[in-house]
Design a protein around this ligand. Structure first.
Ligand code: RM4
Ligand code: MN
Length: 393
């Protein structure tokens, strides 16, 4: 084959991979959000889970790669989940991961599943089991567990006993999982607890999951690490152990900022995606989910932009000449190996993605297509009255 023929077939393969990528958007991204200082209301914001799904369907309509929506319980509580799932499918999307919430009740002031009072622990576990019931009704295969549990002061509670309580709850949830269901265990360095978090890092999450079995995997929220943490190392390690269940993608400059993925550090996102591909996570069960809030920017375009950012990082990671990289690594060619990565990162993949979108029957420019669609004007006019959904509702 000629060199240009090879280039064309390489490009076709990359497009094939990009075409099958799936990025899940979170229902809470469509609602109002803010910081602890102020939640800003926006026009046209959904008032219930049905309207959130409609907004998510728009993101899928313009990107073609965001066909599922994560729910957060109880924020997205409805009387009839089968009906909600039907509504999603009429809109051309499906319900994805179920996110549990044991952090917004007065009872959880000192913790949920790690609380010193067994009655509170029982209540928290009850909620987690209820989330599995909901999965049965929506057909979701993934439960995401994030605990705000931790302590603010040295001596406040027994660190080791809290681990025992956590392990006990996780085992009970694990037991309840049905065929084809799994849970993803999320860790976070700090916040809302400031002294000690019960699941502060991937090592703790990994150890709990390892003990439980194959249906327990770790989820990496990119905003949940100390500054400077090498997240791609964590990705490589967990994939090697078959324990990388998925990502909560977002960007951070300082703490858990929940900004658009790829906004703060697109190079880091590229490095992460390279390790995902290298480790077999791209074609495996690693879920690409967004966990973001759009406090000041419009929400639907914010999600579209985020999906595009993930696609761009993925395309660049797919472009890495892995043979050349491996050869340079074998030869100890430090600069050559680094150049193999950087060449891919420095490639402008936007024309390739535009071409792919056209082949998929989409507009090559999803942001412009959404702006032209009239959807925003429609929801701004229609969604008047009623209570707007917000982070926490
Ligand atoms: C947490 C964590 C969870 C998400 C909530 C909204 O910090 O990232 O994944 O469900 O925020
Ligand atoms: Mn998260």
């Amino acid at each position: 084959m000629t060199e240009s023929g090879q280039r064309e077939s390489g490009k076709a393969l990359i497009k094939e991979e990009l075409r099958r990528q799936r990025i899940e958007t979170p229902s809470w991204a469509y609602g109002n959000s803010g910081t602890r200082f102020k939640v800003f209301a926006q026009q046209g914001v959904p008032r219930d889970p049905y309207e959130k799904l409609a907004d998510a369907a728009q993101v899928h309509r313009h990107t073609g790669v965001a066909p599922t929506v994560a729910l957060h319980i109880p924020w997205d509580k409805v009387d009839d989940y089968a009906d909600l799932a039907r509504h999603a499918s009429e809109l051309g999307v499906a319900i994805g991961a179920i996110n549990s919430n044991v952090f917004q009740d007065d009872d959880y002031k000192l913790g949920s599943v790690t609380h010193p009072d067994p009655a509170v622990r029982k209540k928290a576990l009850g909620h987690l089991l209820e989330c599995v019931d909901i999965m049965d009704q929506t057909g979701s295969d993934t439960l995401k567990l994030w605990f705000s549990d931790g302590t603010n002061y040295p001596g406040q509670d027994d660190i080791r006993a809290r681990q025992d309580r956590l392990a006990e709850a996780l085992a009970a949830v694990y037991e309840r999982l049905g065929e084809g269901q799994r849970f993803l265990l999320e860790y976070k360095l700090f916040e809302p607890a400031f002294y000690m978090t019960d699941l502060p890092d991937w090592g703790a999450a990994y150890a709990h999951c390892l003990k439980l079995g194959p249906k327990a995997q770790v989820v990496v929220d990119t905003g949940h690490h100390a500054p400077g943490t090498n997240i791609e190392f964590i990705v490589a390690f967990l994939l090697r152990e078959g324990k990388l269940g998925g990502f909560d993608f977002n960007s951070r400059f300082y703490a858990d900022d929940d900004l658009m993925v790829g906004a703060a550090d697109p190079f880091q996102l590229f490095r992460i995606m390279y390790e995902v591909i290298r480790g077999g996570g791209y074609t495996g069960e690693t879920a690409f989910m967004l966990d973001q809030c759009h406090n000041i920017e419009p929400k639907i375009p914010g999600q579209i932009r985020s999906v595009m950012n993930v696609q761009e990082a993925t395309a660049k990671a797919l472009l890495v000449d892995r043979d050349a990289l491996a050869a340079a690594q074998r030869e100890g060619d430090v600069l050559g190996a680094n150049a193999a990565l950087m060449d891919a990162y420095n490639t402008d993949v936007r024309p390739l993605l535009a071409e792919l979108r056209e082949e998929m029957g989409l507009d090559p420019d999803p942001m412009a297509a959404y702006a032209r669609s009239g959807y925003f004007e429609k929801i701004a006019a229609e969604r008047v009255g009623g209570a707007q959904a917000g982070w926490g509702a």
